[in-house]
Design a protein around this ligand. Structure first.
Ligand code: OOG
Ligand code: NI
Length: 454
């Protein structure tokens, strides 16, 4: 008997559309950003054509959001979030320690594990868990924990449908539609804080992110991110549309062969909040819009080179929040990254990046893979990086939390504690790309009748 269930990718597509609609209503600037991205993408396609715009240019639905981000407060919340995303075919990939950059959270990305799932709908959610253990003031830590212990971030209907999906192995169309609307409630913005003004300000002084996570009824979506074909152009054109970009684009510089991920955002807005005790109303700054441009996934060797070059850049210059050294930063970034090969052949042959190997239209001669690639019997296509970068993520966090003073933090990755909270291990993102490259090569050789690869 085959049950008549909605596919997880269909549910994810519905959920991502519902989030986009809700967020545009909540944060009108996000709608402005979407319109700018659509215009820039159309310009690029008109100018260079879809083929030259790379794999991204050939996607039929380039305008759909690629990711969003939330921050949860407790292990129990994280564990239930994992079950919620699993209903939509999204699983935890990667561990990101943000304490290294002074942000008291650690994170994973919930996403489809395979290329097929990402192609059906690419939506991912970068999900961070608050680390109360990094708050030094014990009384404040206890107060925050007490507040978090009393809240319930899921509707009863959502919890019931998660359990039903787990028990049945899926949801039918009617249940899936209900699930999407119940799940949406978890991510909605509430301008009414659950705490008194005094506690809000104490937490905010310790770290604005702690106030953002602890003082509200749930993990409001804090940004959504469409994909652009030219991030430099969107960054440059934001001011003309009345939105203020962060000082610099995070990640690698502009290149002929894009690698990893480049991101930028417009600065978060100040939203009015009221407090439980009716204390003087204030404003809270947390929600923004982001754009991303993705390139080829790097191997461990490529990633090491990236991390090393980025560290070299940051030793010389770190981008100021007010943009005063943005030009100088861009110059140093591109000078230092001149050391990173910038042809796909070079990247592949030096083992720096991952490629999907497919059969080309030239006759095969012999069984040497390099020779087959050189003759065009095999073709190497860059595998897109689908994950995140901790230094970039920290830059995105920081630029949207305002320039308020905050306590310094000790770097202290704790993947084991994160996985214990999650109730599952996170997948290793690099292993997913390596497996895809290997499987594609095997399949291509099989098609050519060459049999097992050496
Ligand atoms: C998440 C920031 C990280 C990204 O694109 O690197 C992120 C947050 O601000 O909660 O979304
Ligand atoms: Ni983001």
């Amino acid at each position: 008997m085959t049950a008549n269930f909605s596919s997880p990718s269909q549910i994810r597509a519905q959920f991502s559309r519902a989030m986009s609609d809700m967020y545009r209503a909540e944060v009108p600037q996000y709608g402005t950003l979407m319109a700018l991205v659509a215009d820039v993408n159309a310009d690029v396609l008109a100018r260079v054509g879809a083929a030259a715009a790379g794999a991204a240019g050939q996607e039929s639905r380039i305008e759909v959001e690629r990711h969003g981000a939330i921050r949860v407060g407790t292990p129990e919340e994280l564990a239930t979030i994992r079950r919620l995303f699993a209903v939509m075919g999204m699983f935890p990939v990667g561990y990101y320690d943000l304490s290294v950059a002074g942000v008291p959270v650690h994170s994973t990305a919930f996403r489809p594990l395979d290329v097929a799932g990402l192609a059906e709908n690419p939506f991912r959610v970068f999900t961070s868990l608050l680390r109360l253990d990094l708050i030094e003031d014990a009384a404040l830590r206890d107060a925050a924990a007490a507040v978090l212990a009393t809240r319930s971030i899921f509707t009863p209907g959502c919890l019931e449908l998660i359990a039903r999906a787990e028990a049945q192995g899926g949801l039918d169309d009617a249940d899936a539609a209900r699930f999407v609307s119940e799940a949406l409630e978890t991510f909605r913005w509430h301008g009414k804080s659950t705490v008194d003004a005094g506690l809000y300000w104490k937490l905010r002084k310790t770290h604005p992110l702690i106030a953002d996570i602890v003082c509200f009824p749930g993990p409001h979506i804090n940004h959504l991110t469409p994909r652009t074909l030219d991030i430099d152009l969107v960054q440059a054109q934001m001011p003309a549309r009345g939105i203020q970009p962060k000082a610099v684009v995070e990640g690698p510089p502009t290149r002929r062969c894009p690698i990893l991920l480049r991101q930028t955002s417009f600065l978060a807005l100040s939203e009015p909040v009221t407090f439980r005790d009716g204390g003087e109303a204030g404003t809270h700054t947390a929600r923004f819009g982001e754009i991303e441009q993705r390139g080829v996934a790097l191997t461990p060797k490529g990633r090491q080179l990236y991390d090393q070059l980025l560290a070299e850049v940051r030793k010389t210059i770190s981008p100021a929040g007010d943009g005063s050294n943005a030009d100088a930063y861009r110059t140093v970034l591109s000078e230092v990254f001149a050391a990173f090969p910038d042809t796909h052949e070079g990247l592949r042959q030096q083992g720096l990046a991952y490629y999907r190997i497919v059969v080309g239209n030239k006759a095969a001669d012999g069984s040497d893979v390099e020779a087959l690639l050189a003759s065009g019997a095999l073709v190497a296509q860059p595998i897109t990086y689908e994950d995140f970068l901790p230094v970039s993520a920290a830059g995105i966090f920081q630029s949207n939390l305002g320039d308020e003073r905050r306590d310094d933090l000790e770097a202290s990755p704790n993947r084991a504690a994160f996985e214990a909270a999650l109730g599952a291990a996170v997948s290793d993102e690099l292993a997913l790309y390596a497996t895809e490259q290997e499987a594609s090569l095997k399949a291509a050789l099989r098609t050519l009748g060459i049999g097992e690869a050496a």
